[in-house]
Design a binder for this molecule. Structure first.
Ligand SMILES: [Zn+2]
Length: 305
C-alpha cells in the first residue's frame, strides 16, 4: 500500500482522535512511514528502492548514509530522510563502484557534506562509467586505503577494506555503537553472487576476504547486504555471511573435481546445482552458469592477462 506523507499525517490525526479502525494502527508504530524505509534498531535503518540497499543513521545532530542506488530512487530516499532529519547528511559512503550503488551520488551530493569510499572504488567508477557524457558521475571526495574512522553523534563509524572480493574496492561500513555493518555486495544472501573480474573481483580473493570479515566482527553484529533472494533477507547475521563463504568453497571444489574428470568449460557451465546450495536463487537468468564459468577461468587461469 502506498501512502503519502499528507495521508500519513491525516491517519495519525485520526488515530489520535480514536476514530480509526484497528487495521491502520501499525502505521504509527515506527519511523518507516515512507515506502521502502525500514527501521532496524533505534536511529538506524535501511531503504530499499532500486539497486543496492541503502543504510541510514539519524540522530538529533547527526546523519549518515551508505550507498546511493540510482538518481530516481536516491531522490525518494532523500525525500524520506528529510522527514526524519532537518539537516544535511554529515557522512555518506559508497561500498563499491557499481552503478546501483553510486549513480545516485549526483542527487545525494546536494545533501551530503562528505562522500567516503575506498580509493579503488573511485578508480573503477571512473574507468567503468567516467566516459559516458549521458551519465554524469559524482565521485567520493574522501578516500582511504585500509581504514577510515570517525565519531558522529553517539556513533563511531568505520569503513574498512579487507581485500579484493566482489570488486577490488569493497568497503565494510560499521556503525560500531549499534554494531551494524553494511557489507555492500560482499554478501548476496541466499542468491548467486556476481563476480566482477573486470573490476578486480575474484572468487579466491573473495573467500579470503570473507574469512577476515567473519573473524573481525562478532556474533552479535547485524549485517546489511546489497542484494538478497528477497527484501527481508538483506538484513542478516554472520551465519549468512559464513554461508556465502561456504558457497564459494563448494563452487571451487565442484569445478576443480569436474576439471579433473576432463569436463570442458561449456559442460561445467551447464551443471544444474552446486552441492549443498540447491536452493540458491537466480536473481537473473544465467547467474549460476556465470559463477561456474568464472570458477573454471580462475582455476585454469585461462583468462589471466
Ligand atoms: Zn556490486
Amino acid at each position: 500500500m502506498n501512502i503519502t506523507r499528507k495521508e500519513f499525517l491525516k491517519a495519525g490525526a485520526l488515530i489520535t482522535g480514536g476514530i480509526l479502525t484497528q487495521g491502520f494502527r501499525y502505521l504509527n508504530t515506527a519511523l518507516d512511514e515512507y515506502p521502502g524505509f525500514k527501521l532496524i534498531r533505534d536511529k538506524i535503518g535501511i531503504f530499499i528502492g532500486e539497486g543496492g540497499t541503502i543504510a541510514w543513521y539519524v540522530d538529533k545532530n547527526s546523519v549518515a548514509s551508505v550507498d546511493s542506488q540510482y538518481p530516481d530512487s536516491a531522490k525518494k530516499f532523500i525525500e524520506g530522510l528529510k522527514s526524519k532529519a532537518d539537516r544535511k547528511i554529515d557522512l555518506h559512503f559508497n561500498t563499491h563502484h557499481h552503478r546501483d550503488h553510486t549513480f545516485g551520488n549526483v542527487v545525494i551530493k546536494e545533501y551530503a557534506n562528505k562522500i567516503i569510499a575506498h580509493e579503488n572504488c573511485v578508480q573503477f567508477q571512473k574507468l567503468a562509467y567516467g566516459n559516458d557524457a549521458d551519465k554524469p558521475q559524482v565521485y567520493a571526495n574522501t578516500t582511504f586505503k585500509n581504514t577510515w574512522e570517525e565519531s558522529l553523534g553517539n556513533e563511531r563509524i568505520s569503513a574498512r577494506y579487507f581485500g579484493a572480493a566482489h570488486t577490488a574496492g569493497d568497503a565494510v561500513i560499521h556503525f560500531q555503537v549499534s554494531n551494524i555493518a553494511h557489507v555492500g555486495d560482499l554478501v548476496f544472501n541466499k542468491t548467486f553472487p556476481y563476480i566482477d573480474d573486470k573490476g578486480g573481483g575474484s572468487i579466491k580473493e573473495w573467500i579470503n576476504t570473507l574469512e577476515k570479515i567473519s573473524k573481525f566482527y562478532d556474533n552479535d553484529t547485524q549485517f546489511i547486504c546489497g542484494h538478497a533472494a528477497s527484501d527481508n533477507l538483506v538484513i542478516h547475521s554472520k551465519k549468512d555471511l559464513d554461508e556465502m563463504l561456504n558457497y564459494f568453497e563448494a563452487l571451487i571444489n565442484l569445478v576443480m573435481a569436474e576439471i579433473r574428470k576432463g569436463k570442458t568449460r561449456e559442460k561445467i557451465g551447464l551443471l544444474s546445482e552446486i552441492p549443498g546450495f540447491a536452493n540458491l536463487k537466480e536473481r537473473w537468468e544465467g547467474a549460476r552458469k556465470l559463477n561456474l564459468e568464472r570458477a573454471y577461468d580462475e582455476i585454469t587461469g585461462s583468462n589471466e592477462q
